[in-house]
Ligand binder design. Structure first.
Ligand SMILES: Cc1cc2nc3c(=O)[nH]c(=O)nc-3n(C[C@H](O)[C@H](O)[C@H](O)COP(=O)(O)OP(=O)(O)OC[C@H]3O[C@@H](n4cnc5c(N)ncnc54)[C@H](O)[C@@H]3O)c2cc1C
Length: 386
């Protein structure tokens, strides 16, 4: 038997540090964040102060250079503790990732260390009122004007949008070119005339993770703010979603695990795990089935993370399968837990109803689960069942 490798040791150390921050700061704040709808600054800063930001970013840019599976484990655990914090945390990564993929050295050096340390908050803006699933129909335009671009249009449902220092914005330089006109920009929001963020929307769950509209009215940004070449936004977007869909899948497992753990604690407190009555045994069997489901989904998630890191060909279908499966699991398991507890499942203080509310939107964002089904179905012509 060989002992743990250096990488396995580093992974375990990082997750132990994460658990400490979750137990001491993030979990105790979760109910307040949910009830007040306040942005979870304290939790986000505590994670960054613990060196837990930018897990996928390179060390020279302030990250931890961790494999995707460790990032997924981190998102799962943060989601189990506080849904809103997990969304802010992963949005930081969703903003940093395209900069790492397609940014110039000066863009990477300016923003990635600050996103890792949470000295800057980031957002990524694709969705528009009339361009959600089909982003190629976006109408936010970037028009060349001398050595600048003038941005006009609007985005909606943008996570972190009202508090973001930097936004990875996708806009079209030529609507007639469809997806080939889509171009990415790094928009710095401080003192930017013509830019306005709306007030946070009232939502079902993940309250505290702000979701806003963004408005651009003759907003002038320098030519150097472009992220990659004109027309390279769509391929960048496709490369970025592999990681963001894994984030959503990890949240699904996290919400399921959070609801399940709360249910097990409740059942233990009332002696229902050791009782041998018929009713208690039915309950125990239901819990056993849910535990197996979470275990299987987690194994699937970890295996897709390994594919993303190590497989050369396109893992789109596998990423879609894990997003579809794990986000549906989050809703199904948290709902089953609420039912098992009877009326107590509706109690705020037990935290099961919060996980159920937090889970629902994971089936919709980062590409709805219908879109994931479409991507998996498209791949059927090429696939075997493994
Ligand atoms: C809390 C929250 C946070 C978000 N954060 C961000 C963010 O940070 N950045 C960002 O850019 N966006 C963000 N979004 C937007 C999110 O990604 C979109 O809502 C999502 O992509 C779906 O787009 P839509 O709402 O326009 O739905 P639509 O595309 O209008 O779809 C409506 C329905 O039709 C179905 N449908 C659409 N097309 C097809 C098709 N071809 N085949 C079958 N069914 C189809 C969909 O599955 C869905 O059920 C966020 C949304 C929420 C609610």
């Amino acid at each position: 038997m060989t002992g743990p490798t250096k990488q396995e040791h580093a992974n375990a150390e990082l997750l132990a540090k994460l658990d400490e921050v979750l137990t001491t700061v993030v979990a105790p704040e979760a109910e307040h964040t949910d009830q007040s709808g306040e942005f979870p600054w304290k939790s986000v800063r505590a994670l960054a102060a613990g060196g837990l930001g930018g897990l996928l970013m390179s060390r020279e840019l302030g990250g931890q250079e961790m494999p995707t599976v460790v990032y997924a484990q981190a998102v799962e655990r943060i989601a189990a503790a506080c849904g809103a914090t997990s969304t802010v945390y992963m949005t930081q990564m969703h903003c940093a990732h395209p900069i790492a993929l397609q940014g110039r050295a000066d863009q990477r050096e300016r923003w990635i260390p600050r996103l890792c340390s949470a000295d800057a908050i980031g957002a990524i803006a694709l969705t528009e009122p009339n361009a959600g699933s089909d982003v190629a129909t976006m109408t936010t335009v970037a028009r060349r004007a001398g050595d600048s671009y003038l941005i006009n249009g609007g985005k909606t449902f943008i996570s972190n949008g009202d508090v973001a220092d930097v936004i990875v914005l996708f806009a079209t330089v030529d609507r007639s070119r469809g997806k080939n006109g889509i171009t990415a920009f790094l928009v710095e929001t401080t003192e930017l005339p013509g830019f306005r963020a709306g007030t946070p929307m009232k939502k079902l769950g993940q309250k505290g993770a702000s979701t806003v509209e963004l408005h651009f009215d003759e907003c002038r940004i320098p030519m150097t703010a472009r992220l990659g070449d004109e027309g390279m936004g769509y391929p960048l977007l496709l490369r970025s979603v592999a990681k963001s869909r894994i984030s959503a899948a990890a949240q699904g497992v996290g919400f399921a695990a959070g609801a399940f753990d709360a249910t097990v604690r409740y059942c233990a407190e009332y002696g229902l795990l050791s009782s041998r009555t018929r009713e208690a045994q039915d309950l125990q069997f239901s819990l056993a089935a849910l535990r197996s489901e979470i275990f299987a989904a987690r194994a699937m998630l970890h295996s897709v993370c390994d594919l993303v890191d190590h497989r050369a060909d396109d893992p789109t279908a596998e990423v879609s399968m894990v997003k579809l499966h794990c986000t549906a699991l989050g809703v199904r398991v948290s709902s089953a837990c609420a039912e098992l507890l009877g009326a107590d499942g509706d109690r705020l203080d037990l935290g099961v109803e919060r996980r159920l509310r937090d889970a629902k939107i994971t089936e919709i964002y980062d590409g709805t689960n219908q879109i994931q089904s479409m991507l998996i179905a498209r791949d059927l012509r090429l696939a075997t069942s493994h």
